[in-house]
Write a protein that binds this ligand. Structure first.
Ligand code: 5GP
Length: 209
């Protein structure tokens, strides 16, 4: 297994995960909007684009053949098959951004979060919990982006996904978006105050080499 280590003053790698319908996508977008130093990790997917999704912003849309070619070239930090589609995180851009001191935020599934934590233990894993299972179901139905079949699949996987919260460093209950976004920003702020992220600055201030 490959372990990745970074310089002390690099950016923070933040993973937002949780079941479909928990609201992680909305929290992710809001946190990004309020954090000028933050960059998104843009995944590659083989699924069709949805209305409003932009190539290179929300995803890189590829065919299965293109995806497999990238995988062969070791281009991914992690990959997952979600339902029948492939998803993967291209790794180069993530670590380039971290090295430049940008925080990088991910919206990925739980399996992807597990794979990244195993390679990069400084990753901060935040699990988004819906207020209740009924509300999660309601949100999926109201989204109207799912076919009946994919809706049933997502509801089916949500329960087992909810049980995997122990892998995560933090939990955020999405009772209201505003509270959940603030809570997530507070977690990020606390993580960035850890000594290990500030050692270079402290040493400079104290004039210690
Ligand atoms: P959607 O198709 O709704 O955009 O995403 C389906 C699921 O795949 C979501 O849980 C999303 O967080 C996850 N996902 C998106 N990109 C990636 C990725 O690169 N890796 C992994 N492991 N999951 C991803």
């Amino acid at each position: 297994m490959l372990f990745i280590t970074m310089q002390k003053d690099c950016g923070l790698l933040i993973i937002i995960s949780g079941p479909s319908g928990a609201g992680k996508g909305t929290i992710y977008e809001q946190v990004l909007k309020q954090s000028p130093n933050m960059r998104r990790s843009v995944s590659v997917t083989t699924r069709d684009s949805r209305e409003g999704e932009k190539e290179g912003v929300h995803y890189f849309f590829k065919t299965k053949e293109e995806f497999l070619k990238m995988q062969k070239k070791d281009a991914f930090l992690e990959t997952a098959t979600v339902y029948t589609n492939y998803y993967g995180t291209p790794q180069k851009e993530v670590f380039d951004n971290l090295e430049k001191g940008h925080d990088v935020i991910f919206d990925i599934d739980i399996e992807g979060a597990r794979q990244i934590k195993a390679k990069y233990e400084d990753a901060v894993l935040i699990f988004i919990m819906p207020p209740s299972f009924e509300i999660l179901k309601e949100r999926l139905i109201n989204r109207k982006t799912e076919t009946e079949e994919s809706l049933q699949r997502r509801v089916g996987s949500a329960k087992s996904e909810l049980g995997q919260y122990e892998l995560f460093d933090y939990i955020v209950f999405n009772d209201t978006i505003e509270k959940a976004v603030n809570n997530t920003l507070e977690i990020i702020s606390a993580e960035k105050s850890r000594i290990r992220y500030n050692e270079n600055r402290i040493k400079k201030l104290l004039n210690i080499q």
